[in-house]
Design a protein around this ligand. Sequence first.
Ligand code: PHE
Length: 384
Amino acid sequence: MSLMPNIDNPTAKTLADLGVTDALAIPPLFAEIRARFDAEILRSRDETNWNITKVMWLGRKSGVLTQITENWLKPATPELKRAVGQQLNELRAHVETQIEARRAAIESGAEASALAHDRVDLSLPGVNRPVGSRHLIRQVFQEIEDIFFSIGFSVVEGPEIETPYYNFEALNIPEFHPVRDDMDTFYLELPPSPDKKTAPTPLLLRTHTSPMQIRTMEKQKPPVRVIVPGKVYRRDNPDATHSFAFHQIEGLAVDSDITFCDFTGTIEYFVKQFFGPSVKTRFRPSYFPFTEPSVEFDVSCPFCGGTGASNGTTCSKCKGAAWIELFGAGMVDPAVYGFVNYDAKKVSGFAFGIGIDRLAMLKYGIDDIQVFFQNDVRFLRQFP
Ligand code: PHE
């Protein structure tokens, strides 16, 4: 009985059957057989397997080498005989030395230890695949979004690469307006326009999420109630409270009858939901080119109960001021409606821009904005 199955076993056929007529085809044929042997001998790691391999290759009656002698060598044409004989001798020498070497290895126990080495140890602990968690900034985004969802706002998102038109002009900030100094940012280096005559439209990294006020109103007729979470950029040097990239949530509500009361009521609702029902809010006059009037919202310090002191010493959070500055906002400046074809006589609304990093630092007692960007897992793990 042949130990090699006849199907795809070339040694069971003659060279003529295999269509081999050229002596050049002989060495590759033997190389294939040799590769097969090398793989098998590697797998025989104990005596039983070694014996099977030996009989299969060197067995007198139907070992592979005998088959080659009978089927390839003997019936070979005179032109092929020489090549087959030479290759067969080489193969036989190889098989015999390898089988002998294997026997020595198995006897010396080398193979046994290799076997033990490869054995799977089922008592070992499994592979630990740690599950990630949402970054604190993402969590605060979600928290704020949920509060505004509950009062009818929806979320829109927009590009971080903007044109000066959306980032400045349409927000009533013409070129050379001094507030541009506070919003210095990164401009993109652009390839020249195809005609090489006109300069390409400059592109910049948005300095605030406010451009989405314009993009939203261009697309949508009033009523509008949206919030815009996103990343913004400024050319600030990094320190404990500044970073060249940070996060904002813009808010915009425009309708036919929105009043200053709706505005302050909405903000107050948000602040109480976020910091707790006992905080108070106040606003102070401020200035933004795209809101009129503009305000700065403060919250009574949630850490000292708005007293400026805790445990008999000055409150470290509000530095004794009892109030903490939160974010800028205001009623949408009618000039802005002109850029989006809204009728300033018929609509009114409010907008706000909340700095997320600042709010997260306040609420979770973080004193350095840089930790949000360093992604040290020891920090991230504190907010699972
Ligand atoms: N975009 C302003 C800033 O980043 C904040 C703001 C938004 C003010 C909306 C008023 C209304 O400073």
